[in-house]
Design a protein around this ligand. Structure first.
Ligand SMILES: NC(=O)c1ccc[n+]([C@@H]2O[C@H](COP(=O)([O-])OP(=O)(O)OC[C@H]3O[C@@H](n4cnc5c(N)ncnc54)[C@H](OP(=O)(O)O)[C@@H]3O)[C@@H](O)[C@H]2O)c1
Length: 384
């Protein structure tokens, strides 16, 4: 073959195969971009809430990597949903770091978070990956808030509480603050969570001896269990609410700057008596062997699909200021675990799309009061 015809041969060969290369590399790029836009780790994926979130994520077309310490359960779940999985406990630092290197953010679902959160937050700081979790524990929110500077330096967002506790109540708090910018006092209440999951009961049982908490003059302040009760008009029903140490005691302060915060929930009268008794017997219930016994008695799982479909949540909030001004609003939404899964994934999608603020953030501080309105089936009314 002459030099010229050899050149022609190579040029025509290149022209023939170029489109194939072009489309192949375009397809690879597109696949990479799709993966990049969906790369997050669900740790504790085999728990009740982790499984629910995994299922909802797959229904949205997201492809999280599943993780946890129980190899059999995590593998089984991953195979069911055709997802990748990693198995490690939180003190296996090398494996934890390697898993984080593959993703953009973590949705941490392994609670009680007062036991599990610190190691995961530290790993996220080390690996410069965004941290979210579904905690409702005041101590965990405060520990994360104390990491604000480090998170900003690492360029990551640390947002605990992306579930039912605290997305809807945090958004309601922010909404009330927007309505009354001079507010100095905030009361929030919720009703109708339905059946509680294993992890929620385990976390509540673990904290049973610790009493209540409110925020007073900007400081988290201990109060006796079931410290205050008040009648709360949720709109469709009026119920007696009782103070509990709910996550908003920590978070609503960061979202609104309001220095005095109380959170109420509705419990059956028999539970109210038990809560009051815990003021005197809490120390006993907190003892190791009794805790062990109580924890073992908690049934696995949580509400099934039919129970969740029937359930709903009612919320109420009131803000007032020193001049006697007062605003009141209500919110209704889906059942608590359904709301947790949707809220957590809505936030994950925002983070993966680059819509985030580095540092410690609360849901409403980062995304505003209307974040909750993105959850289908949610409605809000201003009462006064
Ligand atoms: N914010 C909210 O509104 C909201 C909503 C739902 C749940 N939650 C909270 O989320 C947590 C999970 O609830 P759940 O009902 O899904 O719990 P669950 O069914 O008991 O599952 C707990 C999960 O966490 C893992 N885990 C527990 N301790 C761990 C540890 N020390 N190291 C590593 N993994 C650990 C478990 O792994 P193993 O299987 O290996 O034990 C399991 O995967 C609870 O703290 C609950 O209060 C909050």
């Amino acid at each position: 073959m002459s030099r010229i015809s050899s050149q022609k041969y190579w040029i025509s060969l290149l022209l023939a195969i170029y489109p194939a290369f072009y489309f192949a590399s375009f397809a690879a790029l597109r696949e990479n971009l799709c993966n990049m836009a969906n790369t997050f780790l669900i740790y504790g994926a085999n728990g009740y809430t982790g499984e629910l979130i995994t299922r909802f994520a797959v229904e949205r077309g997201m492809t999280p990597i599943l993780a946890g310490r129980n190899a059999i359960a995590v593998e089984e779940l991953a195979k069911k949903h055709h997802l990748e999985y990693r198995v490690f406990s939180l003190d296996e630092t090398d494996r934890l770091d390697a898993a984080l290197q593959e993703v953009d953010m973590v949705l941490h679902c392994a609670g009680p978070f007062s036991i599990t959160s610190r190691l995961m937050v530290e790993a996220c700081l080390r690996n410069k990956k965004h941290y979210t979790d579904i905690t409702g524990e005041i101590a965990v929110f405060e520990a994360c808030a104390a990491m604000d500077k480090k998170a900003k330096e690492a360029g990551i967002m640390v947002m605990p509480g992306v579930g039912f506790d605290v997305v809807p109540s945090d958004c309601l708090a922010r909404h009330l603050k927007d309505r009354l910018p001079t507010a100095t006092n905030l009361s929030l209440a919720f009703y109708g969570m339905g059946r509680l999951s294993h992890g929620t009961q385990a976390t509540m049982t673990m904290n049973v001896g610790k009493g209540g908490a409110i925020r007073k003059d900007g400081k988290i302040t201990g109060v006796p269990a079931a410290w205050k009760t008040r009648e709360i008009d949720f709109g469709e029903v009026t119920k007696t609410g009782v103070t509990i140490p709910w996550g908003d005691v920590a978070t609503a302060f960061y979202s609104t700057g309001i220095p005095n915060i109380e959170v109420f929930t509705v419990v059956p009268p028999s539970n109210l008596k038990m809560m009051k008794a815990a003021r005197y017997l809490g120390w006993l219930l907190a003892m190791g062997p009794i805790q062990g016994y109580l924890q073992k008695k908690i049934p696995a799982g949580g509400p099934n699909d039919a129970e969740r479909a029937k359930g709903k949540t009612l919320m109420w909030g009131e803000a007032s200021d020193l001049n006697g001004n007062r605003v009141e609003s209500r919110l209704q939404g889906p059942e608590g675990y359904t709301m947790t899964a949707i809220a957590a994934l809505n936030i994950a999608e925002k983070i993966l799309a680059g819509n985030l603020k580095p540092g410690y953030q609360t849901p409403a501080k980062a995304y505003g009061a209307d974040l909750v309105m993105e959850i289908e089936g949610t409605a809000r009314q201003d009462v006064t």
